[in-house]
Ligand binder design. Structure first.
Ligand SMILES: NC(=O)c1ccc[n+]([C@@H]2O[C@H](COP(=O)([O-])OP(=O)(O)OC[C@H]3O[C@@H](n4cnc5c(N)ncnc54)[C@H](OP(=O)(O)O)[C@@H]3O)[C@@H](O)[C@H]2O)c1
Length: 306
C-alpha cells in the first residue's frame, strides 16, 4: 500500500509517496481501506516542524479519514468487514491507502453521504462538538459567536449550534457573508472592518478559531458568566476565571467515536452537511496542502483515494 510521508520537516515539497506493508489491526482496532482524506491546517503545521509539540519522523500527516472496514481486530463487536466508517484517528497517520485505527474512534457514515465528503467531517466537527457541547452544556437558546465561521471548524460549528437550537453570529469577510448565512448563521460581521461594540454584551460563548479574540476586543461582547473557547493560537491557558467572570479555556480535539456518531446522526437527519471547497486526488495531496496554507478556504479540502 502507498502512504504519503515526510522524512524531514518543511513545506509540502517534503512529502513523498512510499510503499509500505499493509498493517494488521490489533485488539480493539479496525483496518480501513481509505477512500477519502480530509486536509486540515494542523497537517502543514506539524510538517513545518514549528508546532509546539514536534512529531517524530518520518511523519505521515492526516487526522481525518473515511473508508471501508476490511479487517477487524480481536474484541471489536460494533463494526464488521464492509462497514463504511469515518474517524479522527489522532493528528497523524491519515495520508495512507489503508490505516489501522481504534474502533472507539470510528463512526458509521450515513448512507446519504459519499465517503470522500465524509472524510471532511471528523476533525473539524469533533473540535466544534468538544468545545461547545461535550461537557454537557445545553446550547439551546444560547448566543454563540463563531470567530471565523467560513473555515473548516467554523462551518461545522455554525451548523451544530443551529441544529441544537442555539443562535449564531459568525465572523467572516464580506465575500463570505452570504455563504456563512447559508449555513444557518443569524448574523455575520467582519471585525477586521468593524470594531466590536462592547455595549451589546450578549454573547454566551465565543468560539475563537483565529486566536486573536482578546487583542481584537471580541471578549468585550461576552456577557459576564459567559465562556471563551480557544481553539486556535496561543499557548495552552489553564482553565481560569478571567476578568468580568468570563471563563476561558483551550480545546484540543481528541478521537471520539461516540461523539462522531452523534454528528453523523445530524448529517443523516439532514441537519448538517459537509462543506467542501476543493477536491484533490491522493497523488495531489501536496497541492491540497498548499491550498490549505492560503488561509482562505471555505469549508474543507478533501482528497480521494482509489
Ligand atoms: N485546538 C484544536 O484541537 C484545533 C482543531 C482544529 C483546528 N484548530 C486550529 O483552528 C484554526 C481554524 O481551523 P480551520 O480548519 O477552521 O481553518 P481554515 O479552514 O484554514 O480557516 C480558513 C478561513 O479562515 C478565515 N479567517 C482568517 N482570518 C480570519 C479573521 N480574522 N476573521 C474571520 N475569519 C478569518 C478565512 O476567511 P477569509 O478568506 O475571509 O480570510 C477562511 O475562510 C486553525 O489555526 C487550526 O489549526 C485547532
Amino acid at each position: 500500500m502507498r502512504i504519503i510521508r515526510a522524512h524531514g520537516f518543511g513545506g509540502p515539497d517534503q512529502l513523498v509517496i512510499d510503499e509500505v506493508p499493509l498493517p494488521d489491526p490489533g485488539p480493539g482496532q479496525l483496518r480501513l481501506r481509505v477512500r477519502g482524506i480530509g486536509i486540515n491546517p494542523v497537517d502543514w503545521k506539524l510538517l513545518s516542524g514549528k508546532a509546539p509539540v514536534l512529531p517524530s519522523l518520518p511523519l505521515v500527516p492526516g487526522g481525518d479519514v473515511a473508508g471501508v472496514v476490511d479487517a477487524v481486530g480481536e474484541g471489536v463487536a460494533a463494526f464488521a468487514v464492509g462497514d463504511r466508517v469515518m474517524a479522527h484517528p489522532g493528528l497523524t497517520g491519515g495520508y495512507a491507502e489503508a490505516l489501522v485505527v481504534d474502533a472507539s474512534a470510528c463512526a458509521i457514515v450515513p448512507t446519504s453521504l459519499d465517503l470522500v465528503d465524509a472524510a471532511s467531517l471528523p476533525l473539524v466537527a469533533l473540535t466544534a462538538w468538544q468545545g461547545l457541547v461535550a461537557d454537557g452544556r445545553d446550547i439551546a437558546g444560547l448566543h454563540v459567536l463563531v470567530h471565523n465561521a467560513a473555515g473548516g471548524v467554523g462551518t461545522a460549528a455554525v451548523q451544530i449550534v443551529k441544529a441544537l437550537g442555539g443562535r449564531v453570529t459568525g465572523t467572516a469577510s464580506f465575500g463570505n457573508s452570504d455563504y456563512v448565512r447559508s449555513l444557518g448563521a443569524d448574523d455575520v460581521v467582519d471585525f477586521r472592518v468593524d470594531a466590536p461594540d462592547g455595549r451589546r454584551r450578549d454573547i454566551d460563548i465565543l468560539l475563537d478559531l483565529v486566536g486573536n479574540s482578546k487583542e481584537t476586543g471580541l471578549w468585550s461582547l461576552v456577557r459576564s458568566g459567559g465562556s471563551v473557547i480557544r481553539v486556535a493560537g496561543g499557548a495552552d491557558a489553564p482553565n481560569a476565571a478571567e476578568e468580568d467572570g468570563i471563563r476561558a479555556y483551550k480545546v484540543r480535539v481528541r478521537p471520539n467515536g461516540e461523539q462522531l456518531a452523534r454528528i453523523a446522526a445530524l448529517v443523516g437527519e439532514g441537519r448538517m452537511r459537509p462543506e467542501i471547497a476543493q477536491h484533490f486526488t491522493f497523488d495531489q495531496i501536496p497541492d491540497a496542502l498548499r491550498a490549505s496554507m492560503s488561509g482562505h478556504i471555505r469549508g474543507k479540502i478533501v482528497a480521494s483515494v482509489k
